[in-house]
Design a protein around this ligand. Structure first.
Ligand code: ADP
Length: 363
């Protein structure tokens, strides 16, 4: 009996998205099924272009469709799987959303300065964009903005229309930083209410267009800006950047507790400066590799990945050429892992209904 699209759908009911733990038909991911003689072609719509499990899903589909063919006594010589992606928006029942065209806002925080929070924020934004997502990056570190340098925005003109700032476009992402709005020599000392106002303006008066992910690089520590952010925008969650040393853990823990107290879902921990590979090719665990991973385990939080100390990372950040980080295959691999794990945590939280914005109450 010839294979029909109903048979193929039945086969796909046996293939689960391993992250979302439901089958592809129930998840409404099957967008097109074409059967031409012995050949089957499918389009599967993922919940993120950065899906870490594409290969596994493809292998499972091919096996399931071929098995179905065998069951029907038909030869299936080829199963061609094409992937597309539609990032699902979190349901926002809590409050008016000033950025309705942004599907997910993700804060990147750290317990203290210098751990590579901005470097990781830039890497996440650019990595997700390289995989096909529409991404924005907001420099929320209004006391020490570094994105002008890290993204090489110095020579780009600042443009606005009416009361709206146009986001800068660089390296495949949209970006905004206070450093393009005030002179370089003006020390950015803000009192609490001014910091609140400056951040609010940057976030909500920038024309971001349509975005899948808006990454917000927060100031280090537990100050006013995270509080403003949590009050202002429906956050999909936060990423906490940490170095592996034991002494760094308490700082990271404070940042994690702050997000949790604000009702913000902690999507995962990143271990930066995890290890160093010398010219001899050996890996050196300078700061005690695995410390942040252990912290994640103890707190039952996702561990998103580890980034080595890499001179090229520092050089590319200083020269405003972050895309060059992907020229190094090992570094590219570590950065892509972070992005995929983050995207997958966002999809899991969205589909599990975890992302309904809580009502913020501070006591
Ligand atoms: P933070 O935002 O936490 O203050 P930054 O991202 O500004 O930290 O990083 C501080 C400095 O360390 C920058 O010069 C940056 O290029 C460098 N840096 C960060 N992570 C790494 C890394 N994994 N390898 C090499 N240099 C790094």
């Amino acid at each position: 009996m010839p294979l029909t699209s109903d048979h193929v759908y039945n086969a796909l009911r046996t293939v689960n998205d391993p992250d979302l733990q439901k089958d592809l038909v129930t998840l409404n991911m099957v967008k097109d099924v074409q059967i031409d003689g012995e050949k089957v072609a499918l389009n599967i719509e993922l919940t993120t272009p950065a899906c870490p499990l594409k290969d596994k899903i493809e292998d499972d589909i091919v096996a399931a469709v071929k098995a179905k063919g065998k069951e029907m006594g038909e030869t299936v010589s080829e199963v061609k799987v094409e992937f597309s992606a539609d990032v699902k928006k979190a349901e926002n029942k809590g409050k008016d959303n000033p950025l309705p065209n942004v599907k997910h806002v993700i804060a990147v925080g750290a317990g203290k300065g210098g751990v590579g929070k901005s470097t990781i924020a830039v890497s996440l934004a650019i990595g997700l964009a390289r995989m096909g997502a529409k991404v924005g990056l907001l420099d929320g570190d209004i006391y020490g903005p570094s994105l002008k340098t890290m993204l090489g925005l110095e020579d780009l003109p600042t443009k606005s229309s009416d009361k709206t700032l146009l986001a800068f476009e660089a390296h495949g992402i949209k970006a905004m930083t206070i450093a393009k709005l005030v002179p370089d020599d003006k020390a950015l000392i803000w009192r609490g209410p001014m910091a609140h106002g400056a951040f609010k303006q940057l976030a909500t008066q920038t024309d971001w267009g349509e975005l899948d992910y808006l990454i917000v690089d927060l100031p280090p520590g537990t100050g006013d800006v995270p509080l403003t952010l949590a009050q202002l925008l429906p956050l999909s969650g936060a990423v906490v950047v940490c170095t592996p040393q034991k002494v760094a853990r308490n700082d990271a823990l404070r940042a994690i507790k702050m997000f949790q107290q604000l009702g913000v879902n902690v999507l995962g921990i990143v271990e930066n400066m995890s290890y160093f590979i010398g010219d001899d090719g050996k890996s050196y665990d300078i700061f005690g590799r695995g410390g942040a991973q252990m912290l994640a385990q103890e707190l039952a939080l996702p561990f998103l990945g580890a980034v080595p100390i890499h001179m090229q990372l520092r050089v590319n950040c200083d020269s405003g050429e972050p895309l060059k980080n992907w020229d190094n295959p090992q570094l590219a691999d570590e950065l892509d892992t972070l992005c995929k794990n983050l995207a997958s945590q966002i999809s899991i939280a969205t589909l599990s209904g975890k992302l309904v914005q809580p009502t913020l109450s501070i006591t």
